[in-house]
Write a protein that binds this ligand. Sequence first.
Ligand code: ATP
Ligand code: MG
Ligand code: MG
Ligand code: MG
Length: 468
Amino acid sequence: MDTAEIRSRFLNHFAAREHTVVPSASLIAPDPTLLLVNAGMVPFKPYFLGDLAPPWPRAASVQKVVRTVDIENVGRTTRHASFFQMCGNFSFGDYFKAEAIPFAFELLVDGFGFKPDDLWATVYLDDDEAEGIWRELLPAERIQRRDKEDNYWSMGVPGPCGPCSEIYFDRGPDHGRDGGPVADENRYLEVWNLVFMQFERGEGAGYDYPILRELPSRNIDTGMGLERMAVILQGVENVYEIDISRPVLDVASRLTGRRYGADPDSDVRLRVIADHSRTAAMLISDGITPSNEGRGYVLRRLLRRAVRDARLLGAREPVMERLFEVIGTAMGPIYPELVNDAETITRVAVAEEMAFAETLRTGTTIFDTAVRQVRATGATTLAGDEAFKLHDTYGFPIDLTLEMAAEAGLSVDEAGFRRLMERQRQTAKADRAARRIGNLDLSAFRPILAAAGPTTFTGYEELTRESS
Ligand code: ATP
Ligand code: MG
Ligand code: MG
Ligand code: MG
């Protein structure tokens, strides 16, 4: 079953259950706390918080998502891509757990033909209610409880959050150990997360944050990974080999002269090239251009990693133009802008590739000199200010410095580097504050809403009356 079919079956399933189908929002987060949209619910955050009245009680979407936290996993696990598509159904104070769980189960079993025997579910530690609903559908031994790290979802920043229930597909004993998702997340592939959005969380690192309040209503937010479903339904090994990704992998293989499947280390790099170039194309098509800050830096880092991996595998010529061409062909049917704006999008990537070739040429000389100096003193660590200089003056991303240092048998004073970066970030932040760039944080209006109550906009009627 191709990705397009999975996508439309998902949307039809929820449209038939009174959900309004909403198109994907841009990858540029409408939310100042995030750089990029990292989940399907992000565009709906104000409805969960009660900052805006939801236009519909139920919605469904297939949202473009970029997760930079997964970049290190790309190419190494079977299930993490840096760009992916999250199929979601949402209830804004309408239905809750008792409907959300069966809705998902019915789609997997009736809509996609999954055998219930292959499915496992997890629930949050104290969520007896969700476990009770699952027991109607699955035997007790295939329902597991997990702690906050896996079964309590938030955007990773302050905002709506809540306990969740995840659905896993058993890929079979060839893929790992028995014992359910708690034992092995490679064998048991997480395909869908059902989040019971009930609370608002505050600031805090990792999973250590305060719960600020209960949300005004009990909501549902789910995310089904389109590419992971395709892995299962197409019987391939990983998310890079599905219908919309495989052609890109094949072009990466041709450009580097490496046969995919011949060598595990090269395969990782081929997957990184295919993954990162596609994410770059999606970011550029949403108007992001490479820079040294924020989203532009995410894009720059992805492009540079892809270019460097291609060179390391043996590519002699620039690779972006050919990669972007095949990405347009593979993804164009869903994202026509990739085809319509192909020339502009490709130009951005090619320019970055050329500039980086130059960076590599000059930077490598500086890097080699620094390495020689470190060795001459008998030390084994490249100083933080060297790494910072490489980054700041020669555009050498830190991960590139780390990778090249490791190849040269040296470590890097990363903490020293981070301190210098942080100092620079603070200066940039102060500059921005001085320029008073606005943002879309609606939370500042909440006290006003609480004090004055909602207002009705009468501008259309009154202006119409006046002018008629
Ligand atoms: P994992 O534990 O595998 O990293 P997750 O728990 O971080 O996944 P969620 O935040 O629950 O993922 O996202 C909802 C769904 O989106 C997941 O169930 C999965 O199907 C899909 N998904 C998450 N991360 C990725 C990724 N990097 N690439 C492809 N699909 C993903
Ligand atoms: Mg994850
Ligand atoms: Mg998970
Ligand atoms: Mg999850």
